[in-house]
Write a protein that binds this ligand. Structure first.
Ligand code: MF3
Ligand code: CO
Ligand code: CO
Length: 256
């Protein structure tokens, strides 16, 4: 039986559109507030305030017991990092923020990696390569394509930039629940996956490493995912609606 994705109703799509826009706005607010010298716990608390100010709540806090308002993953941390009062953000850090907001029964989920100083050539390749791989994936989010077309597009760009593609974590359907079918891997070779139909909402979220693709999960907090080789990792995530025509990126930064 072929994998199917969740197809949302018109009413759901209207609410998901709004939740995604709100979440993108919060992501940009947090990005603007993040500064070297503050701790990742401070940043998580500020994020909580930004989320509450929208009238919504964190989609992550309490999810499978997750303790933070947002995920904050620094340098070799890939995803699911938890804000800590012991971790001061340094000028030289790259900081991935992943934000989820639940509002009016719908959910937005979006991420980006921040930097504070002129990046080295390797970090630039990591950040630009990861973002470019996301854009390549988004461009394939069209009616009639399959999930594998997104996966292949992301992977092709990642490999061209000589980046390690994390396989243990994948993109996903999203909208009413945080994680809905289908899965959206950032690598190919596993099959075709769901056929893309109007009304599907996907989170495409490449997690790419400067070194090896291999990751490990912190045995103490049970959440923080790190590269095995300790080299930096980047994460960019957008939500996209499959339509009759062009992909509609629901978490694109708002133009003034
Ligand atoms: N935001 C993650 C994703 O993109 C999920 C985070 S779940 C949490 O799918 F519990 F860690 F917050
Ligand atoms: Co996310
Ligand atoms: Co996601």
């Amino acid at each position: 039986m072929a994998v199917r994705g969740v197809i949302h109703t018109a009413d759901e799509i209207n609410r998901i559109r709004r939740a995604a826009a709100v979440t993108a706005e919060v992501r940009e607010q947090i990005a603007a507030l993040a500064k070297p010298g503050m701790t990742t716990f401070d940043l998580d608390q500020l994020a909580g305030e930004c989320i509450r100010a929208t009238g919504g709540k964190s989609a992550f806090l309490g999810y499978c017991g997750y303790p933070g308002n947002i995920c904050i993953s620094v340098n070799e941390e890939v995803v699911h990092g938890i804000g800590s009062p012991d971790r001061i953000i340094l000028e030289s850090d790259i900081v991935s923020i992943d934000v989820g907001v639940c509002i009016d029964g719908a959910i937005g989920d979006t991420a980006r990696t921040l930097y504070f100083q002129e990046p080295s050539a390797d970090i630039k390749r990591l950040l630009e390569g990861t973002h470019e791989s996301l854009l390549a994936g988004l461009a394939q989010a069209r009616k009639g394509n399959y999930i594998c077309d997104i996966s292949k597009a992301v992977e092709t760009v990642a490999l061209r930039h000589r980046l390690g593609v994390v396989r243990e974590y994948v993109g996903h359907g999203c909208g009413i629940k945080l994680h809905e079918p289908p899965e959206v891997p950032n690598y190919s070779g596993w099959g075709k996956g769901a056929k893309l139909e109007p009304g599907m909402v996907l989170c495409i979220e490449p997690m790419l490493n400067l070194g090896t693709a291999k990751v490990t999960t912190d045995r103490h907090d049970g959440w923080t995912v790190r590269t095995r080789d300790g080299k930096p990792s980047a994460h960019f995530e957008h939500m996209v609606l499959i339509t009759e025509n062009e992909p509609e990126i629901l978490t694109w930064p708002k133009m003034m």
